[in-house]
Every structure is written in C-alpha cells, then in structure tokens.
Design a protein. Structure first.
Length: 212
C-alpha cells in the first residue's frame, strides 16, 4: 500500500457537510422560476451549474446565481464537518502529514467554519477560488497546493467527493481517494465517479487513516 506524505483535501461534500446547504440554496430560485427538480437533478448540476441552467431554460443566470449565493452565504456559517473528519485531520497532523485544502469555494465562505474548528493549526496550505486562474478538474489548484507544501507527486493524494476532484487528480497523475458516504447517493452516481478511476473509495472518513 502506498504511503502518502502530502494530503490534498476538498472542502464541500468532503470535509464540510455543505452539499445540502447548496441544494437548499438552489431550490428556492428554481421554484421561483417554476421548476420542480429532484435532489439528484440539482446535485448533478453542481460544478457545471451555468450549463445546466441554460439547458433547463433559465437565462437570467447571473440573477439566479446571485440569489443562490445570498442564500448559501446566510446558511454556510452553520455548516458542520463530517463525522470524524476533525479527528482524522488531527491524527494525520500528528503523523507528520502535510495537509492542504484545495477548494473552488471562496475564502470567506470557508473561513467561518475553518475558524470554528481551529483548522488553521492543522493545514499547511489553503488554496481557494481566487488563488488560481483555473479550477478543478484543471491541475492548477493541485499543483499550486503541492508547491506550497514542498511536496512531490509520487507522495501525494487528492481526497474528494466529486468528479472535479477525481478528474483533477487523474489529470495531474496523482492518486485519489473518493469519499462516498451513503448520503451522497442523492448527489452523485457512483458508477460515473468510478470512471475517473479513484485509487481508493471510502464510505467513512475514518477509513482514510487505513489508506494513507
């Protein structure tokens, strides 16, 4: 089994339980426009929302996203971490692993939860939306994070929940761990995620400790 020294972690749906927040923030703008979509339909649009909105006949895209952002910003400070995520991060830190957060979310969106759990002490690097020109599945955020850690690709792994995380790892040619608890079934199709060839799949965050 590979041993990883440089651990890159996604935020939304991986460390922080924010997928339901994003789901709820989308639901009202959809209903306002007369669209009744399932949780799976909305969840499938994450990461490519603009394209999906146009496909669904919504052309006031900027206004929709502004409404969604306002709703999510109001709810985001109450977000919790996934069960055992904090304990796993603390254990990885104790083992001398170098941790980097790699997220497309804005820094201000992450900061309130980050501060509440004292995560600054555990992470050696944080890469958010404005830190790179390109975003996952592009390799730039991962490459930037690994450079900040002073790490090498052969000792690095990307942990995430989405095709963007797995795709970025695949493009960057590093190993990946898919976090897929049962509650993610309403957001992601496992067979579709497997197409990105995750090196490992875990349904419980604690199992990451057995993998890295």
């Amino acid at each position: 089994m590979s041993t990883y020294d440089y651990i890159l972690l996604d935020w939304d749906g991986n460390l922080a339980k924010t997928l339901d927040i994003w789901l709820e923030s989308c639901r009202q703008p959809f209903e306002k426009r007369g669209l009744k979509l399932t949780d799976r339909q909305i969840g499938a649009s994450f990461g490519g929302l603009k394209t999906h909105l146009e496909q669904w006949g919504i052309y006031d895209v900027d206004e929709f996203i502004d409404e969604m952002d306002r709703a999510s910003i109001a709810m985001m400070p109450s977000a919790e971490l996934y069960p055992d995520a904090l304990e796993v991060l603390e254990e990885l830190y104790k083992r001398g692993k170098k941790l980097a957060l790699v997220t497309t979310s804005f820094h201000d969106t992450v900061k309130s939860v980050f501060d509440r759990y004292g995560l600054d002490e555990l992470f050696d690097a944080v890469v958010t939306h404005h830190d790179t020109e390109n975003h996952k599945p592009h390799i730039e955020p991962l490459d930037h994070a690994l450079r900040l850690l002073g790490g090498t690709k052969d000792r690095a792994v990307m942990i995430g929940d989405s095709d963007k995380d797995l795709g970025a790892a695949q493009n960057y040619k590093i190993d990946s761990i898919l976090f897929y608890p049962s509650e993610h079934k309403k957001f992601y199709d496992l067979d579709e995620l497997k197409k990105h060839r995750p090196t490992h799949i875990v349904d419980d965050f604690r199992k990451i400790l057995d993998t890295v």
